[in-house]
Design a protein around this ligand. Structure first.
Ligand code: ADP
Length: 594
């Protein structure tokens, strides 16, 4: 720790010990990686608030400049503005040789000062660059050079939006050319109006203090007043500054900042800026890290070379689709327990996310909580519709029309709802296809299955019933995406719903065989018999083998176009075969109708 900073801490030690609540501050410091979980624990065992505070300060005095800056930022974030102010004058100027994250970037102390004054979080200690994404954000931020406006970073929980936002502004040229008025970070999260007011109050306080630490303004005491105060400060005192609003849930929040300023925001809900005015730009964080980057994180955590990682490493990255959050969670665990690769991989495979705790400063303990928070903000009736998606197979994309059958809603209505889900990162859209296809992230499906474990059967049977209701007169035969879905997955839903009777009459019906073979070819049918054969009763095993025989003998015929007459083919089966029996009935039926 620099001498100045050290002396400052010592001078104000008494005051700090009196006031601070160490646990809250430590959350931020862990997140900045200047404090370990063990250190936190050692402080938390102290009997009371004051002893904890004293222990934290004691520890801080033995740490480096980054720790001091992180502590300062934590005070700001927790709205201890007057205390933060005491430390402000002695903030050390960190330079690149103090970057601990192994990165080769070197930022000027100018950048470092601007960012730490604005409370922009530092890089996580284990950090990998995502140059393509960072550049996209910077490119949008450059558009705010001449005019006010909004840049939204949008993506699902844990996709690295906040890290990306902080990284994007860590750039000398960008700050100098576009935001010479400074960069001000505000962590928002889910909050109500009074909390929001508190946040804006402390932002105003921060801005006013840095101008003139003597001035004492009464804090604004309504949202409207706060908005006006902020408007004044930004327009008059901090022109060309950037506000970063992290993790926004509600457009009510954005309205409070709709004051013709420059804003970068992160959110899971794409459509938030619809309700505010000005230029708007968007960057989507669609996918996770690629394998190389994912492995890099694990290697950094475990202090090995990527080539030296055990084979489970690759599976871990693959299993969570490169989610930076999950890879980091597991990396952090492995750092403590380096011989648990196999164990954590199997935990991940069994979706035991609860065990995988992120550093305590994340707003939600674990990924599943992040997901449920996203779901909670849906209106009640949409929450139920979302739950219906539990039954989808992984990596299967479906058109809106399938859901229109499942939900019994008009296709237009369905599209609106799906758009809402997509805007909240609860669902993804493949718009390279017409009609659009919708799908869930694997982790989302895992989450849904975990959450609705006891209702799986009834959710699947709902699918089957809705299908039966809608296609009373026979299966769809159009060959479009919707038809393909049903022909492909109806048996799957029946099996999962434990509807042996329905499955039986479908699989052992020559009509179904004809329809499915015509649309999808015989291979899928054969695999249906293999897959579901064991589910059906023993007594059916003979019938099952009749159908399998028929298909394997005639497979090549069923691939021909024009499609052959299935009844004719079936009539050449042995007379003892169920396939023959059904064909005969149909042939007689045809004959009698002439
Ligand atoms: P979001 O804001 O999208 O919810 P965060 O930016 O908070 O996600 O990232 C979640 C976690 O993922 C971070 O705390 C960090 O551990 C990890 N992470 C994100 N981006 C990176 C990165 N570029 N390098 C290393 N870890 C990252």
């Amino acid at each position: 720790l620099e001498e100045r900073a050290r002396s400052c801490l010592l001078r104000h030690r008494h005051r700090l010990e009196q006031d601070i609540k160490a646990p809250y501050l430590m959350d931020h410091m862990i997140s900045d990686d200047v404090l370990t979980m063990e250190e936190e624990e050692r402080i938390l065992v102290k009997p009371n608030r004051k002893d904890q505070a004293a222990a934290l300060l004691e520890l801080l005095l033995r740490k480096d400049n980054r720790a001091y800056i992180s502590f300062y930022n934590a005070l700001v974030k927790e709205a201890y503005d007057d205390l933060a102010n005491l430390l402000h004058g002695d903030l050390p100027q960190t330079s690149c040789n103090q970057q601990l994250n192994g990165s080769t970037d070197c930022f000027s102390s100018y950048v470092q000062t601007v960012l730490s004054e604005g409370g922009v979080p530092q890089r996580p200690v284990v950090f990998v660059s995502r140059p393509e994404l960072v550049n996209r954000v910077r490119e949008k931020l450059y558009r705010l050079q001449k005019e006010a406006g909004w840049v939204t970073i949008f993506g699902m929980a844990g996709s690295g939006k906040s890290v990306l936002a902080a990284e994007a502004v860590r750039h000398h040229g960008l700050i100098e050319e576009c935001f010479p008025g400074g960069i001000h970070w505000l962590s928002i999260g889910k909050l109500d109006k009074p909390d929001l007011l508190g946040k804006i109050q402390s932002l105003c306080f921060r801005l006013e203090q840095s101008l003139d630490s003597q001035s004492l303004h009464r804090p604004p005491n309504s949202l409207d007043e706060a908005k006006e105060r902020l408007r004044f400060l930004v327009l008059r005192k901090y022109p060309r500054s950037l506000l970063i609003l992290d993790d926004i849930w509600d457009s009510m929040v954005l309205k409070a900042f709709d004051i013709q300023c420059r804003v970068l925001l992160t959110t899971r809900n794409r459509s938030l800026t619809d309700s505010v005015s000005g230029a708007k730009y968007e960057v989507e964080v669609e996918s996770g890290l690629d394998e190389k980057k994912g492995l890099e994180i694990l290697a950094l955590y475990t202090n090995t070379k990527p080539q030296g990682l055990p084979e489970e490493a690759r599976s871990i990255v693959k299993e969570c689709k490169g989610s930076p959050l999950v890879v980091s969670l597991i990396g952090a665990l492995l750092k403590e327990k380096p011989n648990r690769w196999q164990y954590y991989l199997s935990q991940l495979r069994q979706k035991k996310f609860k065990r995988i705790r992120k550093s305590s400063s994340y707003d939600y303990d674990a990924l599943d909580q992040a997901m449920s928070a996203s779901i909670e903000v849906l209106p009640e009736e949409h929450r139920e519709l979302y739950r219906d998606l539990t039954v989808l197979e992984k990596d299967v994309k479906i058109p809106a029309k399938v859901l229109s059958v499942l939900w019994d809603l008009e296709p237009e209505e369905v599209e609106d709802i799906l758009e809402e889900f997509a805007n909240k990162s609860l669902l993804f859209v493949d718009n390279h296809n017409k009609p659009y296809l919708y799908y869930l992230h694997d982790l989302q499906l895992d989450f849904l299955v975990e959450q609705n474990r006891t209702q799986l059967e009834s959710l699947h049977s709902k699918v089957v019933h809705q299908y039966q209701e809608h296609y009373r007169d026979g299966p769809p035969t159009s060959g479009d995406e919707e038809c393909l879905y049903w022909i492909r997955f109806l048996t799957y839903h029946m099996a999962k719903a434990n509807m042996a009777q329905e499955l039986h009459s479908l699989l052992f019906s020559l009509d179904w065989v004809k329809t499915k073979a015509q649309i999808m070819g015989p291979a899928h049918l054969i695999s249906d018999y293999m897959e579901h054969g064991p589910v059906l009763d023993k007594e059916n095993s003979e019938v099952c083998s009749h159908f399998q025989e028929f298909l394997s003998l005639n497979g090549h015929q069923l691939e021909q176009r024009p499609f052959p007459d299935v009844v004719q083919l079936a009539l050449s089966q042995p007379q003892t075969s169920e396939v023959y029996r059904q064909a005969l009935v149909q042939a007689q039926d045809r004959a009698s109708r002439g």
